[in-house]
Write a protein that binds this ligand. Structure first.
Ligand SMILES: [Zn+2]
Length: 155
């Protein structure tokens, strides 16, 4: 495959870790459980190199966990992890911006932001002119999110 994302190779990596052996069923066993950014570029299960935006996925039935690249997660497994990474890039560039709704759902589910912060995010996510207090809360949410995806690798 010219774009470097090889579905056959991804299947060969994912299927042995899945219960179902039919791809269309097997891929539904997987869920997105973590987001991180690699210090050193890594290679995706599909063979694509380099990958920096990593998604940790777990098989709900076998309990197997594996990291794959953002593109494969979106393209082949159907999770919009790209929207989460877009949020991360946005708030890294400008801490006054807010994470998007997909990222808010994900980080709330991960327990990174609490119920109150999640609601705050829903209410103020699109606002540009926040009060000083609201802006401080947004910054605090952004810091939690960025800390949770802190680069991994050599500590
Ligand atoms: Zn891949």
């Amino acid at each position: 495959m010219s774009d470097g994302y090889n579905l056959t190779q991804l299947k060969a990596g994912i299927l042995p870790l899945s219960r179902a052996q039919e791809w269309e069923v097997a891929r539904k066993e997987w869920k997105l459980v973590g987001i991180s950014q690699a210090d050193e570029p890594e290679t995706c299960l599909c063979g694509h190199f380099p990958i920096i935006d990593l998604c940790t996925i777990t098989n709900a039935i076998t309990g197997n966990t594996v990291d794959v690249g953002n593109v494969c997660v979106k393209k082949f497994l159907g999770f919009r992890s790209d929207l989460i990474f877009a949020s991360i890039k946005r708030i890294k560039r400008n801490p006054n911006k807010s994470i998007g709704p997909d990222a808010a759902v994900f980080f709330h589910r991960q327990g990174i932001i609490n119920e109150w912060e999640y609601r705050f995010q829903q209410d103020t996510g699109r606002k540009r002119d926040l009060t000083a207090k609201q802006l401080a809360t947004r910054h605090s949410i952004n810091r939690k999110v960025l800390a949770s995806i802190a680069r991994r690798g050599i500590a």
